[in-house]
Write a protein that binds this ligand. Structure first.
Ligand code: PGA
Length: 228
């Protein structure tokens, strides 16, 4: 199992140091922290495996506001999230840019967590499978690629998907590309166990609950328990 904490736009460098000083990843689970760019150095120094929250598809160039794979690698960063729904919603990320970011990062030696997932409207109109097929089709299989299934309606809403919905989506994704699949969307220590017990769930991408050492540790421990 892999548990990744997506800190989004939270935690300054000193807050990152404080988290890492307190946090001890439990045995039996792989743990990744994804801080903002400005806190990557502190997280790496804190001894955890660190992924960025985004990465560009060129090594350098006139791309104001972007960060490249060689820049991350020099800091000791191991990978990056690409295609998070907040980037798709607010920053114009498309399946095409997600594919370019993922392919370049993997080629450069980084790990990638590529996010996919349907909106509430798409689920209600019965097109979830089509959306997932379209989003996954652009991703090439790779041994450092992980996909995160994050239904948009479950992110930050407190409304976790049911374990049946999760299993169905994960099985579909794995039938399209044979890589580990994480679930993301309102994971909390008291609701993750039924999801973790599903056959095609290989871990979680955790937002809000990854910001406190206690709740993040509890989710990591639940993952370690379920496969032990
Ligand atoms: P959440 O976020 O756990 O706060 O719902 C998950 C994510 O956006 O990756």
């Amino acid at each position: 199992m892999l548990i990744a904490g997506n800190w989004k736009m939270y935690k300054t460098p000193s807050e990152t140091e404080a988290f890492c000083a307190q946090f001890e990843p439990p045995a039996g689970v792989d743990v990744v922290i994804c801080p903002p760019f400005t806190s990557l150095r502190e997280a790496v120094a804190g001894g955890v495996t660190v992924y960025a929250q985004n990465v560009h598809w060129e090594d350098e160039g006139a791309f104001t506001g972007e960060v490249s794979a060689p820049m991350l690698l020099e800091l000791g960063v191991s990978g990056a999230i690409v295609g998070h729904s907040e980037r798709r919603q607010h920053f114009g990320e498309t399946d095409e840019t997600v594919a370019k970011r993922a392919a370049h990062a993997l080629g450069a030696g980084l790990g990638v967590i590529a996010c996919v997932g349907e909106s509430e409207e798409e689920r209600e109109s019965g097109v979830t499978a089509d959306v997932l097929r379209r989003q996954v089709a652009v991703l090439e299989p790779h041994d450092r690629l992980v996909i995160a299934y994050e239904p948009v309606w479950a992110i930050g809403t407190g409304k976790i998907a049911t374990h049946d919905q999760v299993q169905e989506a994960h099985a579909l994704i794995k039938s399209l590309v044979d890589v580990p699949v994480l679930y993301g969307g309102s994971c909390k220590p008291d609701n993750v166990e039924p999801v973790f017990a599903e056959r095609d769930v290989d871990g979680a991408l955790v937002g809000g609950a990854s910001l406190q050492v206690e709740s993040f540790t509890a989710i990591c421990e639940a993952a370690a328990r379920i496969r032990s």
